[in-house]
Design a protein. Structure first.
Length: 1221
């Protein structure tokens, strides 16, 4: 099956996301030299041993930073630690005397034995002074407390005497006042009580008289009511008997209806019983089917390790093996079909060259063919053909019949830029493709990506874990890994490879093929036959357990006559059949239960009600009695005014402690990092490749020190920091620099430096500063550096480890942010990001049209982003800035007219218009640039091809401060015109150079298709009569075959217009019909099929004087055709032949202003027999008429003498036969 092909895309990428946070501040030197850091506080960064690839598209210094050395990490873990010391005691006579005085004053003085340790004499003496002050302060407080207690006690004795006299005076006043008020209240209450008793006696007498009158009246009314009730009871008895008789009749009828309902319910109960029995039987049968299925599954599982069986058990839910009754319904995306006659001619000459691109010239391709039974076409790399198969499918999915299969074929790779592709009418046989069979197995074979989607009446077929789909890959020819072999790769995410046990076809890092020469070596060599028992040696299986689209890329290591690949379910190993469908029971229907009758409304007797007479008694309603209430007088006593006592302080006892003082010498060290300008860059972003200097500083050695016999500084430099040894040696005159093979460096004091340190040991001495000069060489790098100071004296060794300064280079992936300095800290470079210049191509509304087709007159609008956001906060030296900031737009020379460039805008992310900040250079050749720019481009590693545009910042330093350091991206909105007559793929890429470092951007593409239309002339039966004969009086039809505007385009359809200049002296215009060339759907859901009449959507103007015919689609209609749908139409102009001679005709189709001229058709009309000359008659007068002009003046101007006819729609015309469309 030597007939089997990958697009090498540009460096495409998705826009990076941002990580936000706060940048930690830089600790001051003083804090760094006095604060120690324990090993537990250090975060040790490690990197797993995996393959690392620079995520930044760098073109120079591309390597990824290596993992820090173990020694570097170990030194960082000891940061701030010190070992060893020098000590001496310090005393104070003033402190001794004040301690003696405090003890005599009664203060408790504790004399501690543990000394306080200081690093210099000033600190020790300050401690003694502080102790003296504390003891003196305690003595003063003790004396003040004693005085305060005596004064408070004396004051409180006087207050107690005054308060006692005030209390006695108030008590006597209150006693006398209360006794006088009590006597007056007693007399007043007695007088009120007497008056209330008299009023109550009068009211009781009046009430007794009213009660006697009411008793006599009630007795007379009761006698009259008794007589009236007896008469009413007799009438009601007779009425009740009548109502009871009627209600008995209603009840009997109601109960009879209820009995009927009970009978139906009994019948339905029997039906339910029979249904339950049938369901139970079906469930038993289904359980048996399930058990048989599980047994088959277990049998298959047991054979997974046997040759010729799948290595795992998977059920097959799709039956898709052979489809002889299926044809191709539509092919979309193809513009160049191989003329069938030419294909036969090539095949007859040498059938191996049918799928070779060079076998065909441009004239061998046609815009349309009858492809229903298979066809051959040209597919450019990146171009996709969508083939829809229809017909009577034998395939099924989960038992449901397949109704349609859609296959998408995309040319992925070809050394010829395109492949010749043959698609079969049977979709299970799939495809044959290739591009060059002229030299046998040479070069690199083509790659073709295949995607299939299956449809049933229910919609798309979806694979699941319960119902997986297994596709076969078989006949995978191979002559060995170093020769010709066929492979499959790039499976869609929902598919996986399952090998057949014993097969030589295996997965090799994502590429599935046989590494052994199975075509020549026994027993494998018999694999390439559908019936061979050895077929499994060259086969495998692809399993899908999710999704509704199934894709893969097929290819071969070298060219061949034609690569045939069949995508079906003919797996070369037994597969587990799907679980058989369970039996379904249709239950018997129950009888409808009659509606329950409404319970009758029983008759209620009409009873007479007797209304008795009601006696209304006389009421006694005297005025409410309100007894008189006596309000007694109250006495308000007074309270004494007491003087509060003052607080007596507590007796306090003071105690102090004193301790001895000693001086300890523990010299500190600190490391800093500065750029070429001497600016501190610790914790900062710095440009990759820029010069940075590590500064190693040690604190002075204080007076009284021992002789220093050795002074060294080991320093394990960070990975990816390239040392400039010459510059380092020049700056370290006081030190000797040694390098070992592991990157560790050691600075050792020269003998002259040791003599200097030991010259005056009774005085402080400054230690010379040391330096390391170099540059970071990685994107997204983190460079932490720590050094150790070792001082050796006759009594031992003193060791101190420095702080950990750090610098960063931009380009860190925000999805894996740098670890913080300390546990729980924030990302130290929150604004950092990958360095990726970005480009897009957009339409006039700003929507991306990358990868979409455009028309030849399209103005391409590119939006190009110079990526600076990752540089926010960067600190760069004058030298690094001086290397400049460049931006390159590298367009495809043969496709784009470089002189047509229009710079619409250049703006920064903050909205600034920055176009005047750049020099723009149209580079026709890199050799034309000055030496500085040539060197910069070469050193940066970027490689624009041919012509390109270059933007260079005029003032790099000002531009750096205003935009680069602020992290403000620069966006260029550029427009280009396409070169006339170009057809094919347009590419455009961008590059940027920052601080001398180069980075490439993504490639955007557009496809410019070949616009081709065709014209034919048909007789009344729809047959072509081009170059034939037409008789005078015959009706003929000119067929104007339109161009199919492809789906997936980057523009809206504004114009689709047929223009035909008829030879009106010979052809008399009769009518026109416009028909759809493809299926499409309008936004309101209206489905328009191929061949449907579209005349109602058009406007037609015919000038009878000039013969100019013009039909245009209405703009409102064209606006409804979305970009994801193809569109095209054919016109049929019917004329009547009115004169003899040769008639030549062609037409022009206008699509959005692009004219496309058809071929010419020719017909001949012979002279008719000359009839007798009739007697001349006066011709009838014809009125001149002109209808409204709906087009522009240039296209629609008509002579006043012309006759104009406007057609909005035509009816009554028969459809053209499908074979003539």
């Amino acid at each position: 099956m030597y007939q089997k092909i990958t697009t090498v895309n540009g460096h495409g990428f998705f826009r990076k996301s941002k990580a936000y946070g706060l940048v930690c501040g830089i600790a001051l030197f003083g804090a760094m030299v006095t604060t120690s850091v324990s090993a537990e506080e250090i975060v040790t960064e490690t990197t797993p041993a995996v393959e690392v690839v620079n995520p930044n598209p760098a073109t120079n210094l591309e390597t990824v930073q290596e993992t820090p050395s173990a020694e570097s990490l170990a030194t960082q873990a000891e940061a701030g630690q010190k070992t060893g010391e020098l000590t001496s005691p310090v005393t104070s006579t003033e402190l001794d005397q004040i301690v003696t005085d405090a003890k005599e004053a009664g203060i408790t003085v504790t004399e501690e034995s543990k000394p306080a340790v200081y690093e210099n004499l000033d600190q020790a003496q300050a401690d003694l002074t502080k102790q003296t002050d504390v003891v003196k302060e305690a003595t003063d407080k003790q004396e003040a407390n004693t005085t305060a207690i005596k004064e408070a006690t004396d004051k409180n004795a006087e207050i107690d005497r005054q308060n006692k006299a005030e209390a006695e005076r108030v008590a006597e006043y209150n006693k006398t006042g209360q006794e006088a008020v009590d006597a007056r209240n007693k007399a007043g209450q007695e007088a009120v009580d007497a008056r209330n008793a008299q009023a109550v006696a009068k009211r009781e007498s009046e009430a007794e008289a009213v009660e006697a009158r009411n008793k006599a009246g009630q007795e007379a009314v009761d006698a009259r009511n008794k007589s009236g009730q007896a008469m009413t009871d007799a009438i009601n008895k007779a009425e009740q008997e009548r109502a009871d008789l009627e209600n008995a009749r209603l009840k009997a009828e109601y109960e009879a209806e209820l009995a009927k309902i009970a009978n139906v319910e009994a019948y339905n109960a029997e039906i339910r019983k029979r249904n339950a029995e049938a369901i139970a039987k079906a469930e038993a049968d289904n359980a048996r089917l399930k058990a048989e299925y599980e047994a088959k599954k277990a049998e298959m599982q047991a054979k997974t390790k046997e040759n010729g069986y799948l290595s795992e058990v998977v059920a097959q839910s799709l039956i898709y093996k052979s489809e002889p009754n299926v044809t191709i319904g539509t092919i979309e995306g193809v513009t160049k079909f191989v003329n069938p006659e030419k294909r036969q001619e090539v095949s007859d000459a040498n059938r191996n060259l049918v799928h070779t691109v060079s076998s065909y010239s441009e004239g061998d391709y046609v815009g349309t063919v009858d492809y229903s039974n298979g066809t051959t076409f040209l597919l450019n790399v990146g171009q996709t053909a969508t083939v829809t198969y229809v017909g009577d499918f034998s395939a099924s999915a989960n038992g449901e019949k397949i109704t349609k299969v859609v296959a998408r074929y995309t040319a992925v790779a070809s050394e010829k830029g395109a492949s010749i592709v043959t698609v079969s009418k049977d979709p299970t046989e799939t495809v044959i493709f290739g591009s060059d069979a002229t030299q046998g197995f040479v070069g690199v074979g083509d790659e073709l990506h295949i995607e299939k989607t299956f449809y049933t009446a229910s919609g798309k077929v979806v694979a699941t874990k319960e119902n997986p789909i297994i596709f076969s890959i078989s006949s995978m020819n191979s002559l060995g890994e170093d020769s010709y072999f066929e492979y499959v790769k790039d499976l869609s995410s929902n598919m996986r490879f399952v090998p057949i046990t014993g097969s030589q076809v295996q997965d090799h890092d994502g590429k599935i093929y046989a590494s052994t020469s199975i075509d020549t070596i026994a027993p494998y060599s018999g694999h390439d036959s559908i019936d061979s028992p050895a077929r499994y040696y060259g086969s495998g299986a692809l399993v899908a357990e999710s999704g509704d689209t199934f894709g893969l890329t097929v290819g071969a290591s070298k060219h061949q006559t034609g690569h045939w690949f069949a995508m079906n379910t003919n797996v070369a190993a037994p597969v587990l059949p799907p679980l058989p469908p369970y039996k379904q029971i249709t239950p018997e229907q129950e009888k409808e239960v009659p509606t329950k009758p409404v319970e009758p409304t029983y008759v209620a007797p009409t009873l007479v009600t007797f209304t008795p007479e009601v006696f209304v008694p006389e009421k006694y309603n005297p005025e409410p009695f309100v007894p008189e209430v006596f309000t007694p007088e109250t006495f308000d006593p007074i309270t004494p005014k007491m003087i509060p006592r003052v607080e007596v302080p507590e007796k306090e006892t003071y105690s102090v402690s004193v301790h001895p003082v000693i001086v300890k010498q523990t010299p500190a060290n600190i490391k800093a990092v500065v750029n070429e300008d001497g600016v501190d860059v610790n914790g900062k972003l710095v440009p990759k490749g820029s010069t940075q200097t590590w500064v190693l500083t040690n604190s002075p050695l204080v007076a009284g020190r021992e002789v220093v016999t050795s002074y060294t500084m080991p320093d394990p430099l960070p990975a990816g920091f390239e040392i400039d040894r010459e510059a380092t040696a020049i700056k370290n005159t006081a030190w000797t620099v040694n390098y070992d093979e592991n990157g560790k460096t050691t600075l050792s004091a020269t003998q002259a430096t040791l003599d200097y340190l030991n010259a005056n040991r009774n005085q402080d001495v400054v230690v010379p500063v040391a330096y390391f000069v170099g540059r970071p060489i990685n994107d997204g790098g983190t460079y932490k550096n720590t050094f150790t100071t070792l001082i050796v004296t006759p009594k031992g060794e003193y060791k101190v480890v420095s702080n950990i300064p750090v610098i960063y280079t931009p380009g860190n992936d925000p999805e894996t942010p740098r670890p913080p300095h300390t546990p729980g800290g924030e990302n130290p470079t929150p604004d950092d990001n990958l360095i990726k210049p970005k480009k897009d191509v957009v339409d006039e509304k700003g929507n991306s049209i990358n990868g979409q087709s455009v028309l030849p007159n399209t103005v391409l609008n590119y939006v190009a982003e110079q990526d600076f956001d990752q540089y926010k906060g960067i600190v760069a030296s004058q030298n690094a800035i001086g290397k400049g900031f460049l931006y390159v737009d590298d367009y495809l020379d043969e496709a784009i007219d470089g002189t047509s460039l229009v710079v619409n805008s250049i703006t920064a992310a903050n909205g600034d218009d920055v176009r005047e900040l750049f020099d723009m250079i149209h580079v026709l050749s890199k050799d034309s640039l000055d030496e500085k720019l040539q060197a910069l481009i070469q050193d940066s590693g970027i490689s624009p091809v041919g012509e390109f545009y270059l933007w260079v910042a005029k003032d790099p330093e000002a531009f750096y401060k205003a935009y680069v350091q602020q992290g403000l991206d620069i966006t260029r909105n550029l427009s280009f015109k396409i070169k006339q007559d170009f057809v094919g793929t347009i590419t455009n890429q961008t590059h940027q150079v920052d601080f001398g470092n180069g980075y490439y951007g993504n490639i955007v593409t557009n496809e410019v298709p070949q616009l081709v239309v065709h014209k034919d002339v048909l007789d009344k039966d729809g047959k072509s009569i081009n170059n034939g004969t037409v008789q005078i009086g015959d009706l003929v039809t000119y067929k104007l075959e339109g161009w199919v505007i492809p789906a997936g385009r980057g523009y809206d359809i504004k114009e689709y217009r047929f223009v035909d200049l008829l030879q009106h002296s010979h052809d008399d215009y009769q009518s026109v019909v416009i028909e759809a060339k493809v299926d499409f759907t309008l936004p309101n859901g209206t489905v328009i099929k191929k061949g449907d009449d579209l005349s109602s959507y058009t406007e037609t103007v015919y000038n009878a004087q000039t013969g100019k015919f013009e039909t245009r689609f209405k703009e409102a209609f064209l606006a409804q055709i979305t970009r994801d749908q193809a569109f095209g139409a054919d016109g049929y102009i019917t004329v009547k032949r009115i004169a003899s001679g040769e008639v030549v005709n062609e037409y022009t189709l206008y699509v959005n202003g692009n004219p496309v001229i058809s071929n010419k058709v020719v017909t001949n009309t012979p002279e008719p027999p000359k009839p007798e000359t009739p007697k001349p008659q006066a011709p009838a007068k014809v009125e001149k008429a002109q209808l409204p002009n709906t087009g522009d003046a240039a296209s629609y101007s008509l002579s006043l003498a012309g006759v104009v006819t406007l057609f909005a729609s035509l009816v009554g015309l028969r459809k053209r036969k499908d074979e003539n469309n």
